[in-house]
Design a protein around this ligand. Sequence first.
Ligand SMILES: Cc1ncc(C[n+]2csc(CCOP(=O)(O)OP(=O)(O)O)c2C)c(N)n1
Length: 318
Amino acid sequence: MSELILLDRFQWMARIRAFEQACLEGVRTREIHGELHLAIGQEAIAAGMVGWMRDDDALVSTHRNHSHALVKGVSPYALLAEIFERSTGLCGGFGGHMHPFDVRHRFSASGIVGASLPVALGHAYSNRLSESDAVAIAVTGEGGANHGTFHECMVMASAWKLPLMIVIENNGFAISVKTQEFATADVLAHRASAYGCAGAVVDGTDVDAVSRTFSALISQTRSEMMPTVLVASCRRFQGHYEGDVQAYRPQEGDISAFDPLVRTRRDLMSTGVPVEDLDRIEKDAGVEMQGLLARVRSDPLPNSVDALRNVFAEGGEG
Ligand SMILES: Cc1ncc(C[n+]2csc(CCOP(=O)(O)OP(=O)(O)O)c2C)c(N)n1
């Protein structure tokens, strides 16, 4: 594990955004079916985690999962192919964008809100049983943090001293429900103290702050074998899903002040990084993801004959 410099984190954010933009294209062309949930505006949270997770740490995410998959080491090509429903995808094109599953990188996600928590809890329990000091990270939205699973997992993880870290991405809305209608970021973090655990709040648009806070909490989870909760607040730039008309959303005007890429760009320029270098990083990220998209588009779709494979356990009796 190593400390990345801010420029590296800028590059990660640029790659995540370019990946999301490549997905956006698939909605416009109707190559992607069903709901697509993007994390444009939320890139600093995933990019701040880079360098602090070990290969044997598990990361379990939500319906809005692409950024987390990428920073956990999932191949962007296999992920994009999965989202574009190709047989070369991570799950052969049958999982789709909400259910990527990568055993090798200990990454998975679920479209069931609140489901990342018990799955991560299972990883944490398994780590404890095998006397490993690997950590399990559950990402959830602030809406998901209102589920019973959040509290049930905190009860069990604190009672059994399990290395579970919960990252709450507080993007302001759970579909159309404003966070401020039920909690503040502080209230969400204080929930950890009800279980005798540490909780922290961070500005999720400040990649450097996310990195520092995430690093401290994951180290604490690992060394103390106790759950922790990190609340990272940011803005969701897109609708809940692509196609959401967002009638519930007030006119927010210029939201570039909340754009983590704009903010990091400004910070880097103030330290003397030339604008051309930053432009090149963003351009290269776009070229990389458009290159993957071209590859994915020429890949075959899954064969319908395989639709029922890997659905039921095979080889059992009757
Ligand atoms: C158990 C369950 N209930 C409801 C839904 C429908 N649903 C999908 S996303 C979502 C809101 C999630 O909000 P939040 O956890 O804040 O995540 P965000 O979308 O803001 O990233 C809901 C209610 C679901 N997928 N699963």
